[in-house]
Ligand binder design. Structure first.
Ligand code: WT7
Length: 664
């Protein structure tokens, strides 16, 4: 950690333009934004920090439906790692996402399924959703799932993914969604760590015109998961698939057996709602645990204020349900607020680069939310693809990585026609919902800045060298939060010490984000990116240590070092340096095998973009790999390597430079 310095600020912040909520956005608004002005935000924000109990108790009663009210709003502390919210309260997630809207207006559209092939989709109303969720909940109970059990979900972006989330929560079980791009090995590790006994999947998935053998991957994974007793399979394509009688069940056959209502299980506020595995700088992925009431409140509150969701809106988040963005903003936020959410199965490039814009036009989407990596791809494809008519679009969200000013402006001018507000939302799997972000219709924005803290978030910029908080504006350091907020993760599944050490023990009394950040002269935040060994590829969080561990599994690999390098399209790309064992020969074929090894043990999205086979890695005399030197060489900054004489073999640097030059 810590190549960050306390250098005085954010010089560029003084030069950038400030954009106010576009007048045209306000003109086409169905009513008006939830907050009247920036001052209104400031006043509520202040209350959320000075009187969090008052602020959040009001919001929790306003936005959620409780089966039993709470008395204790907040207890515990960051220092002790025992934060709890709305302690005596009871509620059920699926009731809050489905029932209360279905009772009021069963014909309202909940899910707009936009299938991989345009025109093959369909809508699911809140009434239909309640019936299908209930049936699947019965099926899961029959399969032996009980309150507090975890259920693994390995599903593509289809309505049944949302139904599966809700059915699991309805019976008080905990969903553990594994992105359907993860390999069998990764799925296996997550099923074992979460102790899931049931897995939900499809026969196949379909994305960008290609088929994905989800059931086959599940079968491979489960070869080493003897405790899994049931696999529920939704028929998506009708492919011929292997079947294990007694374990595998067809979704369509099972749901027919059960009635279309089941009462929701009564859950305590702090009962676990879900696990989601994410990469850290060391070790295996962590099962980040979120609890029921606090997480739901964070989702509903940010949906309402950040995206300015109003009744009748049609919300489209392009993230996959396998990541936190899909959890909170495909499923939880829009359904908690009773609006329609687009479930998009495909890719932005299929059948062509107009796909997102055509979806927005066809469904009269009001809010759109996506990662900059997709925007870079679409910007590069050319403005001609953005011909669709998108008159209802009011909010354009960005998430997952810093958005460059040119991309921000393209999003604003070409996509939004200057009639929609950009919200660059900073948050993490662990924060549950947006934490530093503009509020649409309210907050002025600066391209590249995530702007101001959300309610209840009290940011601190910390000097990583001294560990002291740096007060005032025009400061740069690492980003931490000083107060607990409702949707923060409560633990790492089965590894509370790891949770403490990663987030709460780094700077005692603070939650540490792992990101570097600056606060400019007006108090706006600029996220710089990770200060640990986490790489962000296309908005996917990858750990260099995990990719190295995958490479080492190959029999020819002696040692491996992985670094992230800047990449025009994906933000960062994975580059691997591999020292091979005696007797192995460097070749293109071997490099391909290494790439395959990573695809196999983690998933295709983690595959290194380049593999350099080198005689040895640069190491200190104590054996620590100097990744900094590798990063500099890749950046073409060989003249700025600093002192290499402390390396155990300084001559290795020249040899690595030659390998990199030859490859380029
Ligand atoms: C990391 C969290 C949270 C949704 C998707 C990623 C980076 C996230 C932004 C943003 C700059 C951002 C941070 C963070 N990040 N949003 N708006 N600007 N960086 O979730 O996989 O948990 O990754 O994504 O580095 O720590 P995640």
């Amino acid at each position: 950690m810590g190549e960050q310095s306390k250098s005085p600020v954010v010089a560029e912040a003084h030069l950038v333009d400030t954009y106010h909520p576009p007048a045209k956005m306000l003109e086409k608004h169905p009513s008006k934004p939830h907050l009247s002005s920036l001052e209104h935000y400031q006043q509520l924000y202040k209350e959320s920090i000075t009187e969090p109990e008052k602020f959040f108790s009001t919001k929790a009663r306003e936005l959620l439906t409780w089966q039993r009210d709470f008395q204790t709003v907040r207890t515990g502390s960051l220092a002790n790692g025992d934060v709890a919210w709305f302690v005596e309260g009871q509620l059920n997630a699926s009731y809050n996402l489905v029932d209360r809207h279905a009772f009021k207006d069963p014909n309202r559209v909940a899910l707009i399924y936009e299938a991989d092939e345009p025109n093959e989709g369909r809508n699911v109303t809140y009434g239909e959703l309640l019936r299908e969720v209930s049936r699947v909940a019965h099926v899961l109970r029959k399969m032996g799932v009980r309150k507090g059990d975890t259920v693994a979900i390995y599903l593509p972006m289809i309505p049944e993914a949302v139904i599966a989330f809700l059915a699991v929560t309805r019976i008080g079980a905990i969903h553990s969604v594994v992105f359907a791009g993860f390999s069998a090995d990764s799925l296996r590790d997550r099923v074992i760590d979460a102790q899931s006994k049931v897995v939900i999947t499809t026969d196949e998935g379909k994305r960008g015109g290609k088929l994905i053998g989800t059931k086959k991957i599940v079968d491979d994974a489960l070869k080493q998961c003897p405790d899994v007793t049931g696999v529920l399979v939704y028929k998506r394509t009708g492919a011929d698939i292997p079947w294990t009688p007694g374990r595998d069940l067809w979704w369509h056959e099972e749901v027919e057996k059960w009635p279309s209502y089941i009462a929701p299980e009564v859950m305590n506020s702090e009962d676990p709602l879900f696990l989601l595995y994410t990469s850290g700088s060391t070790g295996k992925p962590k099962g980040v645990m979120h609890t029921t009431a606090g997480y739901l409140l964070g989702a509903a509150l940010t949906g309402k204020y950040v995206f300015d969701i109003h009744d009748g809106d049609r919300y489209f988040c392009g993230g996959d349900v396998g990541w936190i963005t899909g959890h909170t903003y495909v499923v939880y936020a829009p359904l908690l607020l009773g609006v329609s959410t687009v479930v998009f199965e495909g890719t932005p490039a299929y059948p062509n680069f107009s796909r997102y814009w055509e979806i927005i036009e066809k469904h009269e989407v009001t809010q759109f939310y996506v990662a900059p990596t997709a925007l870079r791809l679409l910007k590069r494809a050319g403005d001609d693809y953005v011909k669709a008519h998108m008159p209802k679009l009011r909010v354009l969200g960005s998430v997952g990585e810093p958005i460059a000013a040119e991309v921000w402006k393209w999003y604003f001018e070409v996509v939004g026609k200057e009639e929609a507000q950009i919200v660059d939302t900073y948050w993490q799997t662990e924060t549950g919902s947006n934490v530093i972000t503009p509020l649409a219709g309210v907050t002025p924005t600066k391209p590249g800045s995530a702007s101001l803290p959300f309610f209840g978030i009290e940011p601190a910029i910390i000097d990583p060298i001294s560990g002291e908080e740096i007060h005032g504006n025009d400061v740069e350091g690492v980003l931490a939060f000083k107060q607990p907020w409702p949707s923060m993760a409560r633990t790492v599944w089965g590894a509370h010490k790891r949770y403490m050490d990663t987030y709460l023990n780094v700077y005692k009394g603070y939650y540490f984000t792992g990101d570097g950040a600056g606060r400019d002269h007006e108090g706006f935040y600029w996220i710089r990116g990770r200060v640990d060994d986490v790489v962000n590829v296309s908005g996917h969080r990858l750990s260099t240590a995990e990719i190295e561990a995958a490479l080492i599994e190959h029999h020819s690999v002696a040692e491996a070092a992985v670094v992230g390098v800047a990449d025009e399209l994906t933000g960062q790309a994975v580059n691997a340096f591999v020292a091979i064992k005696n007797g192995s020969e460097a070749s293109d074929a071997l490099r391909k095998e290494f790439i395959l090894q990573v695809r196999k043990s983690i998933g295709p999205f983690a595959a290194p973009k380049a593999v350099y086979i080198v005689p040895d890695l640069p190491k200190t005399r104590s054996g620590k790999i100097m990744r900094r030197i590798l990063r500099k060489i890749l950046a073409g900054e060989e003249d700025q390597l600093g002192d290499v004489t402390t390396l155990s073999d300084p001559s290795i640097v020249e040899k690595i430079i030659n390998v990199v030059h030859e490859a380029k």
